[in-house]
Design a protein around this ligand. Structure first.
Ligand code: G6P
Ligand code: ZN
Length: 565
């Protein structure tokens, strides 16, 4: 069918600047007249839309269906020659990254606000990924932002909504549309990476003493999890929960951490589950949590790197290099040093890993914000991390016929070799921007004047003594394209190797969010009872000192953080 192309007059909206991960706003903002259309037209104006192939899908949150139809109409009018869409508009973020790479498309538009709550009163998001499958680099997002500031019209084809529920090929005006199963290609990819038969036989052997529970938090991973855990690994239906995706995530906050994934934490504790895991709204984050065993994301990526050889993908292709974001603990650095691998510290945001991967210098990386992944795609990958842990545990147990090795055994072994980096993050959400800016300005001032250097601070409750050895504002020069990213967070270092980082979140949709990251290292020869403490105990003194030095309570007017991870 041919449909007329219409040119619709519009006016720019302020503030359509894509953040760390696309444009994220309240649904109500996206629903304003021309708001979504303006942004989508600006994307197509910033890429070579004519003749392009675009992957389209998202986590299915509220407003996704409308957005898909808008993007189809505008994309088609702008000359997109082919859309590849997940059935019902569904793709997890890692699955979309894979589709972009596998089918060598121009890019993809991902409809998600990741772990932010969904529903009519919550968040929606639109993110553009480029041909390597990763989030668009800053030069692209800046171009999109510039276009949004001057837009005066957008083009649409005047067509009725397309039925997204039928797999197969169809046309939409001049554009070819291919609707594919959301899960199939992703499952194929994971099967190429991991030793599924080893995992399956391990799980079958330990049906009673190694129970598995995956919690989808009503996000997009439900169908992917069913395909992996139930259909492929042969686990019972009871090994997955909250795996029916809902547009408002059942009213929850689909973020896999100890606070928001309480449905998993409770079920694991109650059901005596040795291996629990959860993923976020769009499936790129993960948390590994078994009975009495919480794996910090910083430790998680380090253990995966330590055990990389157990995973066929790395055994075959080798590990090229390791990396973490700046606030992430340095545990993975120690693995790199021991294995003689190159390693990198990049700013927060997965996009910084992409260049290193494309250049063949990075294989495994992670962030403290519950993101773990590898160069199999260009996004972090929640289910990849979960299956990686199962693969590693299966391999460890294959060499331990008499004793079941669980999560804590792997952690203890890691600490005994590399020492332990206690790590925790305090989030102060939706604080006033003035307060947040004053906190940063105060750190800046201390940086310029050097007033904190060599000062000694004693924790009132633990009597631990900390001496500040330095303060800097993290800056990164990309070793591949030499671009420089400044102001990536203030780092206070201490003479015992501890550090505290203060950073403003780039993903909030309301007010400002301040994050404080604390890290304290204990060498492997420290007394075992100290090495195996909880993070809260291990960090107590340092946290007190960090709050005092930064005058955080004074600037933010908050006694307690919103979330502790
Ligand atoms: C997204 C990105 C992550 C990044 C995180 C930072 O989830 O995909 O790579 O770590 O945002 O969020 P923040 O709120 O700390 O800026
Ligand atoms: Zn996410």
């Amino acid at each position: 069918m041919s449909y007329p192309v219409k040119e619709i007059q519009t006016k720019p909206y302020e503030g359509q600047k894509p953040g760390t991960s696309g444009l994220r706003k309240r649904v109500k903002i996206f629903q304003q007249e021309h708001y979504t259309e303006n942004f989508v037209q600006s994307i197509f104006d910033s890429i070579d839309a004519k003749g392009s192939t675009i992957v389209l899908g998202g986590d299915g949150r509220y407003f996704s269906q409308d957005a898909v139809q808008i993007i189809l109409r505008i994309g088609s009018a702008n000359g997109v020659s082919k859309f590849i869409i997940g059935k019902d508009g569904i793709f997890s973020t890692p699955a979309a990254s894979n589709i972009i790479r596998k089918y060598k498309t121009t890019g993809g538009i991902l409809l998600t606000a990741s772990h932010n709550p969904g529903g009519p009163n919550n968040d929606f998001g639109i993110k553009y990924n480029v041909s390597n499958g990763g989030p668009a680099p800053e030069n692209v997002t800046n171009t999109i932002f510039e276009k949004t500031k001057t837009i005066s019209s957008y083009r649409v084809i005047d067509a009725p909504p397309l039925d997204l529920s039928k797999i197969g090929e169809t046309t939409f005006g001049p554009t070819k549309v291919v609707i594919i199963d959301s899960v199939t290609d992703y499952l194929i990819l994971l099967k190429e990476i991991f030793d599924f038969s080893l995992i399956k036989s391990f799980l079958q052997q330990h049906k009673t003493d190694f129970k598995v529970l995956f919690d989808g938090l009503h996000g997009v991973t439900g169908p992917y999890a069913r395909a992996i855990f139930v259909e492929t690994l042969g686990l019972a239906e009871s090994s997955i929960q909250n795996c029916v995706p809902l547009p408002d995530f059942g009213g929850g906050h689909p973020d896999p951490n100890l606070t928001y994934a309480h449905s998993l934490v409770e079920a694991v504790e109650k059901g005596n589950i040795q291996f629990g895991a959860a993923s976020d709204g769009d499936g790129d984050r993960n948390m590994i949590y078994g009975k009495g065993a919480f794996v910090t994301p910083s430790d998680s990526v380090a253990v995966i790197a330590q055990w990389a050889d157990a995973i066929p993908y790395f055994k075959k292709g080798g590990v090229k290099g390791l990396a973490r974001s700046m606030p992430t603990s340095k545990a993975i650095d120690l693995v790199a040093q021991k294995k003689g691998l190159e390693y990198f510290e990049v700013p927060t945001g997965w996009k910084f890993f992409g260049n290193l991967m494309d250049a063949g210098r990075l294989s495994i990386c992670g962030e403290e914000s519950f993101g773990t992944g590898s160069d199999h795609i260009r996004e972090k990958d929640g289910l990849w991390a979960v299956v990686a842990w199962l693969n590693i545990l299966a391999a460890a147990n294959a060499n331990s016929p008499n004793k079941l090795i669980g999560i804590n055994d792997l952690l203890k072994e890691f600490y005994s070799i590399y020492g332990r980096s206690f790590f925790s993050r305090y989030d102060y959400e939706e604080v006033s921007s003035e307060g947040a800016n004053s906190l940063v300005a105060n750190l800046d001032q201390a940086l310029t004047s050097g007033s904190l250097n060599n000062t000694e601070h004693v924790s009132a409750s633990t009597s631990n003594k900390f001496v500040i050895s330095g303060l800097y504002n993290f800056e990164y020069k990309d070793p591949i394209d030499h671009s420089v990213s400044k102001n990536q967070g203030h780092v206070i270092t201490f003479s015992d190797g501890s550090r505290v980082v203060f950073r403003l979140s780039g993903t909030g949709s309301q007010g400002a969010t301040v994050r404080m990251y604390v890290e304290r290292y204990l060498a492997p020869n420290a007394p075992a009872e100290e090495l195996n403490r909880s993070a809260a105990e291990g960090l107590k003194g340092l946290i007190e000192v960090a709050l005092e030095v930064s005058k955080l309570k004074h600037y933010l007017g908050r006694d307690e953080p919103t979330v502790i991870t």
